[in-house]
Design a protein. Structure first.
Length: 71
């Protein structure tokens, strides 16, 4: 894994994917669950999906961001 380029997925991006894609919630339901607007939720899940697609297409490693690294 050390030789692969890495992309970090943020905790809120991971949660957005879980709610939308695994639990099949609507954007409004998921946004309410996360305590954000529907538009903000849409932006978060879109960014998460872009990161996953980039990793699959370009052969990069997807890693979980440390909560501390966001500070």
């Amino acid at each position: 894994m050390n030789r692969l380029s890495q992309l970090e997925i943020l905790p809120e991006e991971f949660e957005a994917l879980r709610l939308a894609d695994q639990l099949k919630m609507s954007q409004l339901e998921a946004a309410t669950e996360m305590g954000v607007s529907r538009q903000t939720f849409g932006n978060i899940v879109s960014q998460a999906r872009f990161k996953i697609a980039t990793c699959l297409v370009e052969g990069k490693a997807l890693v979980f961001a440390d909560e501390e690294s966001e500070l």
